[in-house]
Design a binder for this molecule. Structure first.
Ligand code: GLA
Length: 390
C-alpha cells in the first residue's frame, strides 16, 4: 500500500477531501531467538520487518473516534465519554486499548478518524497486534503533541494489551516495533530495558518466514497459562534462591537444584526459560563473531526446547521446522513468536531458497494437509511518520 492510495481510500471512507490525513507506519517483528523469556525478565533478539500496519489519521471536530480498516469490511464509531469497553473479538480493541491509556494519562485525543491497513498476515505470530498498538500510540503522541518518549509509548502499548485486550504479554513485541533499526537485531534485556543493536547483515543468506496457516485457537489463554506456570516455578525456586523472576538464576544454578521443583511440568517450563536465556547470550556472541553456523544450531536447539519443555509448538510448527532442517543449505529453523501455530523463521543460503520453499512446502502439505506461505524477510526500521498530509 503506498501513501497515495491509502489517502484515496481514506477519503472514500470518511469524505472531506479538504483535509488530508497524516500517514504513519509500524512494522511487524520476527524474533530470532529468546522465546517466552520476555515476561520472565530475560533476553530476546527480535528485529522489525518490512511488513506492518499503515495508519491514516485526521483530527475532526465531532467528539467521536471513527475506525475503519482496508483489510476487512469494518467501520465503527465510538464516543470517548465515560469508560471504554472491550468489544467481543474485534481488532479495534488494540487501538481502543491505546486510546484508553492516553485517557488515563489525561491526554484526550479529541475527535479522530482512523483508517488502518496492514500487510502482516493476521494471527501469524508476527506481532500484527503490537504493530496496530504502536502505530496508534505513535500517531496519537504526534497528534496531541504529547512528547511521550519512545520507551514510555512502548510500555503504554504493552499495558493496553495487558489491561484492555487481556493478554499478559511481555514487552518484546512493542519494543521491537518501536525501536527496530534496518539491518540490526535488538538484543534486549527485558528486565532493565537496556538494549544493544547487533548488526544483522547476512551475506549470501536469506531469512525466510513461513506461515503454517494453522488457526491459533485458544492461543491467548494458553499463553496466559504459561505465564502463570512460570510464576509457580518462581514461587518454588524462591524457597532456595532469592529470585523474583526466572531470569534471576543461571542455567548452572538451576541444573543443580532442578529436582527440588516437584511438579515435572513446571520444572520443564523453568528449564526452557532459563536455558533459552543462555541461548540468547550465545547467539549474540556467535553473530558478533560471524559464526552463523553456531547461530543456526542455537535456533534449532531453541525450537527443540519450545517443543519438549515449553510445549508451545504443535504438529504443524514441528513439521515445518523438521522439513526445513532436512534441506541442505538451511542453517537453522525454529518457531517464532508465541507459538500454538503461527510462523517459523529459517536462515537459508541464497542459492537454496527456491529449493527450500519448494521442498519444505511440499513435505509440509503432504503431512498436514495445509499450505504454508513463505516470505523472504527484510530487517527494517521501527514505527515512523510517513507523510504529514497536504
Ligand atoms: C508473544 C508476546 C511476547 C512474547 C512472545 C514469546 O509474541 O506478545 O511478549 O512473550 O509471544 O516469546
Amino acid at each position: 500500500m503506498n501513501g497515495q492510495s491509502l489517502t484515496h481510500l481514506f477519503f472514500q471512507h470518511f469524505g472531506n477531501q479538504e483535509v488530508a490525513p497524516l500517514l504513519f507506519f509500524a512494522p511487524g517483528r520476527v524474533n530470532l531467538i529468546g522465546e517466552h523469556t520476555d515476561y520472565n525478565g530475560g533476553f530476546v533478539l527480535p528485529c522489525a520487518l518490512q511488513y506492518g500496519t499503515y495508519l491514516a489519521i485526521r483530527p475532526i471536530d465531532d467528539q467521536v473516534c471513527r475506525f475503519a480498516s482496508t483489510n476487512m469490511e469494518f467501520k465503527t464509531e465510538i464516543r470517548l465519554t465515560g469508560s471504554l469497553t472491550k468489544r467481543e473479538n474485534q481488532w479495534v480493541n488494540y487501538p481502543l486499548g491505546v486510546i484508553e491509556q492516553f485517557l488515563q494519562r489525561n491526554i484526550h485525543p479529541g475527535g479522530i478518524e482512523l483508517l488502518f491497513s496492514g500487510d502482516i498476515p493476521n494471527n501469524a505470530g508476527l506481532s500484527s497486534s503490537a504493530s496496530i498498538e504502536m502505530v496508534t500510540a505513535y500517531a496519537l503522541n504526534t497528534l496531541t503533541r504529547s512528547d511521550i518518549p519512545m520507551t514510555d509509548l512502548i510500555k503504554l502499548a504493552q499495558k493496553a494489551e495487558n489491561q484492555f485486550v487481556g493478554v499478559n504479554c511481555g514487552i518484546m513485541d512493542q519494543f521491537a516495533v518501536g525501536m527496530g533499526e534496518k539491518n540490526h537485531a535488538i538484543f534486549l534485556n527485558c528486565n532493565t530495558l537496556e538494549y544493544k543493536m547487533v548488526p544483522f547483515i547476512l551475506k549470501g543468506i536469506s531469512m525466510v518466514i513461513a506461515n503454517t496457516n494453522k488457526k491459533r485457537g485458544l492461543a491467548d489463554s494458553k499463553y496466559n497459562e504459561r505465564v502463570a506456570e512460570c510464576q509457580t516455578a518462581v514461587d518454588n525456586l524462591s524457597k532456595l534462591f532469592e529470585i523474583r523472576q526466572l531470569s534471576d538464576i543461571s542455567f548452572m544454578q538451576f541444573y543443580k537444584i532442578q529436582d527440588q521443583v516437584a511438579d515435572e511440568v513446571i520444572r520443564r517450563r523453568a528449564r526452557h526459560v532459563i536455558s533459552e536465556n543462555q541461548r540468547v547470550l550465545n547467539a549474540v556472541s556467535s553473530l558478533l563473531n560471524n559464526n552463523i553456523m553456531e547461530f543456526g544450531a542455537l535456533m534449532n536447539a531453541s525450537h527443540e526446547s519450545l517443543r519438549d519443555n515449553y510445549e508451545v509448538t504443535g504438529f504443524e510448527l514441528d513439521t515445518l521446522v523438521e522439513e526445513a532442517q532436512k534441506i541442505s543449505g538451511v542453517i537453522g529453523s525454529r518457531m517464532t513468536g508465541a507459538g500454538f501455530g503461527g510462523c517459523t523463521v529459517t536462515l537459508v543460503r541464497d542459492e537454496a531458497v527456491g529449493r527450500f520453499i519448494e521442498e519444505a512446502g511440499t513435505g509440509y502439505r503432504e503431512k498436514t494437509g495445509l499450505t504454508a506461505d513463505f516470505y523472504v524477510a527484510e530487517v527494517s526500521d521501527g514505527v515512523r511518520l510517513v507523510s504529514s498530509g497536504k
